[in-house]
Design a protein. Sequence first.
Length: 187
Amino acid sequence: MSWIDSIEEFVPSNEQERKDKEIILKYINVFDDILKRENEIIHITSSGFVINKNKDKVLMVHHNIFNSWSLTGGHADGEENLLGVAISEIKEETGVKNIIPITNKIISLDILPVLGHFRKGKYVSLHLHASVVYLVQADENEKVIIKPDENSAVKWIPISEIDIYSNESHMKKIYYKIISKIEKLPI
């Protein structure tokens, strides 16, 4: 299945996802470089919502730029295998190696605002991330590592405590949405 097909086949769970899906598909047709961060208006990112076997913890990183606990994830950078991007980012940002996709389907589809910031000494202007999130599982006993240029900590957080750790209200809404979807899955 192509990356565009995976977005087209995504079934929105609410009005926000329906509208974001519509806009993402529109801009896929407008921009031929939406898979690349060189598109300074909107580009595709892929993340993993990593849960443990008991489905009561999520693996998160303390993100340097956003100064908050967040999902692992990153830019597609031209790569069309968005699940592969999410898995690569998990491995790179946490050191966890054994990642099992719970489903190959996108669990959350969102347009996220990214405020202007400095990255590697260069200013990055305000832009949008067309964010796809996949649900995956990992072993909470596997050793984790910090990736100092991207995060300052890696930790398994009780799902019930995401609210305590995340200080980004727009991301908390996404986490709650994903958690409610997990509760409905036959896993």
